[in-house]
Ligand binder design. Structure first.
Ligand code: SF4
Length: 241
């Protein structure tokens, strides 16, 4: 039998077999896996998740106490004064669009679901402003229904860990659904998000301090910061390479 060439990269075990040890290591590192968005019920989590697009959980949490004191039900949000709602959510950025989505989403909840947040992915994604990512957050954290939330961190870590090559979030989600046990979908998503925020950073991954470095095929990967440094700067008027 041929032996592998000395410089050939080591053959990786199937992705399905590499998920469990990574999750075990992340579990030790982040024993508490839950959303960082403060909420008391599914409606509050839905609204907070809409606000968390392009915004940190911490900032959303500074806005929601006053917001949830002012509007308590989907009917309240649906009937809200647009300018007032925009003012309340402004610190989260993209506030016009977010306020519009919250009002439209809550109007649909009132119209089609009696003001209640539905507990299925198929229903949630029919709501204005709600994609699979938001729907999976709500399912996992408000209804204890497993869901894989593919945000920027989960996508990046899944690729670096060699679990998928896809860049499209829905394809990443479907790939992970095949290799992650269903009962771990929500918790692993939270742990990947935490690891992506603290260690496996997009710009400068901290591989030297990473608890899963021994399990990661991309250990030592250069982040976006290094890639940008390497890119030659084009002078004004110079043709594109
Ligand atoms: S070893 Fe580096 S690239 Fe791999 S998960 Fe850890 S920080 Fe990310």
């Amino acid at each position: 039998m041929d032996s592998p060439a000395p410089d050939a990269p080591p053959k990786l075990a199937p992705a399905r077999d590499r998920v469990a040890p990574v999750h075990a290591a992340l579990k030790r590192l982040y024993p508490d896996a839950f959303t960082g968005l403060t909420h008391a019920d599914p409606l509050q989590l839905l609204v907070a998740t809409i606000l968390s697009a392009q915004c940190t959980d911490a900032r959303v949490n500074t806005v929601t106490p006053a917001l949830f004191a002012r509007y308590r039900t989907a009917r309240d949000f649906a009937a809200s004064d647009p300018a007032e709602l925009e003012r309340l959510v402004k610190p989260t950025g993209f506030y016009r669009n977010k306020a519009k989505n919250i009002r439209a989403c809550c109007a649909a909840l009132v119209e089609r679901y009696g003001g209640e947040v539905p507990a299925s992915l198929a229903d949630l994604v029919t709501l204005p402003g709600v994609g699979r990512k938001t729907a999976n957050v709500v399912l996992g954290d408000a209804f204890a229904t497993p869901g894989i939330t593919v945000d920027t961190h989960v996508g990046r870590l899944s690729r670096r860990l060699g679990w998928t090559r896809h860049r499209d979030p829905v394809r990443v989600e479907l790939a992970l659904m095949k290799i992650v046990p269903q009962e771990d979908w929500t918790d692993l998503s939270h742990r990947l998000i935490l690891h992506g925020r603290k260690v496996c950073l997009s710009r400068k991954p901290r591989c030297g301090a990473c608890a899963v470095a021994g399990l990661c095929p991309k250990v030592g990967v250069k982040g976006l910061a290094a890639k940008r440094r390497r890119k030659p700067t084009r002078q004004r008027g110079e043709p594109r390479p």
